[in-house]
Design a protein around this ligand. Sequence first.
Ligand SMILES: N[C@@H]1[C@@H](O)[C@H](O)[C@@H](COP(=O)(O)O)O[C@@H]1O
Length: 259
Amino acid sequence: MEIIILPDPNAVARTAADIIQARLEKGRTVLGLATGSTPLGTYEELIRRHCDAGLSFADAEAFTLDEYLGLPPDHPESYRSVIRREFTDNVDLRDTAVHSIDGQAKDPEAEATRFDTAIQAAGGVDIQILGIGTDGHIGFNEPMSSLASRTRIKTLTKQTRLDNARFFPSLDDVPYHVLTQGLGTIREARHLLLIGLGQAKARAVAAAAEGPVTAACPASALQLHPHATVLIDTPAASQLEQTDYYRYAHANKPAWQAY
Ligand SMILES: N[C@@H]1[C@@H](O)[C@H](O)[C@@H](COP(=O)(O)O)O[C@@H]1O
């Protein structure tokens, strides 16, 4: 796991965009896209590079991480809508190449299996962007999610419903259930790029990076991945113990070594 501490969210967004741009420039790329406020700066930076510098997503495909169960696909807070509004509609990524989970599928379990199969049929995810919940969740894999889990139905914790209530008219409108890529599914992506911003994420970031590998902190599953990059700002790094080493390793990163 490479942990990169940057001074502010803009620097994090630029570095994340550099990593994604470098992958896009290699050819066909399958992106894994997270929702939430954390990746928005990265998406804005990618949109800017598309508009100002011609960065193209024409050869890319994308898979979202998760979806609220029961929300109609065109609901403004469905992750299908959010990812299109915040990112993919603003670049040259074909709409048919943006794959979302159907939160209103008649058979949600079959929908979960369909989604895992579609990821595999696309050749797997090249770069999976991840945020992190205050309880250490990634996607909607709440604490005690199996580290081997596949895409499936989960029940949100009270804390996650409270955290996400800001996107809905009231807490009562936040669904209790979701469909989320599992930790096993996420770990099949070839490169995991976890972004953490702000003091509120410091405890979860420290548990994920320096705590034990445990279902109690789903993001600690990144420790099992051969290619995981953690991009954080200074407040999100404030509870890490090994910051001197992370800064030193980053400052002395060999020029030939890609992210
Ligand atoms: N399912 C999403 C996660 O993918 C996201 O990482 C998390 C953190 O959100 P934010 O980035 O807004 O803090 O929120 C939601 O629960």
